[in-house]
Design a binder for this molecule. Structure first.
Ligand code: ZN
Length: 161
């Protein structure tokens, strides 16, 4: 069982390193991330640094969310990078690593992300709506950024009941 790190753990604030070797260790990491994500309430995404692994790996799966939205199912993304973004949208976010808070956060409405799969093959994917939001949230984790850093006003930050 892998424990999800929560604030104020300093590892959540580190910049993660790119994956260079696509081996069994990467597959094992992704399996651990998947398991941890499914344990969390409404877990629609997870980033490797949340398990203390400072590598640029995320999982996004909006099909698990409470609000049905257009999505690509389960995405295992290695070395993901946003190469195009447009529009602005406000939406509610929470995080397994910041369990006590939810907040309204501004994100791009659409993103195109370039990433490698578990074999190292490159892919590009365009996402909109909630899926685009989750991708931006998870990629932020790879640079040590949390959703609470992007809150525009303290009034947008709400303590979970
Ligand atoms: Zn998060």
């Amino acid at each position: 069982m892998n424990e999800i790190l929560t604030l104020p753990d300093a590892r959540l604030r580190q910049i993660s390193k790119p994956v260079e070797v696509f081996d069994l260790a990467l597959k094992t990491l992704l399996e651990a991330m998947q398991t941890s994500m499914e344990q969390g309430p409404g877990g629609v995404g997870i980033a490797a640094p949340q398990l203390g692994e400072l590598l640029r790996v995320v999982i996004v799966d909006c099909s698990l969310g409470l609000h049905p939205c257009k999505n690509h199912g389960r995405l295992l993304m290695v070395n993901p990078e946003i190469i195009y973004q447009s529009g602005k949208a406000l939406g509610r976010e929470g995080c397994l690593s910041v369990p006590e808070w939810v907040a309204t956060v501004q994100r791009s409405k659409k993103v195109t992300v370039r990433y490698q799969d578990i074999s190292g093959e490159y892919h590009e994917l365009a996402a909109t709506g909630f899926e685009a939001r989750v991708i931006q949230h998870e990629l932020d984790h790879l640079d040590g950024v949390l959703f609470i850093d992007r809150v525009l006003s303290v009034h947008d930050l709400v303590r979970r009941m």
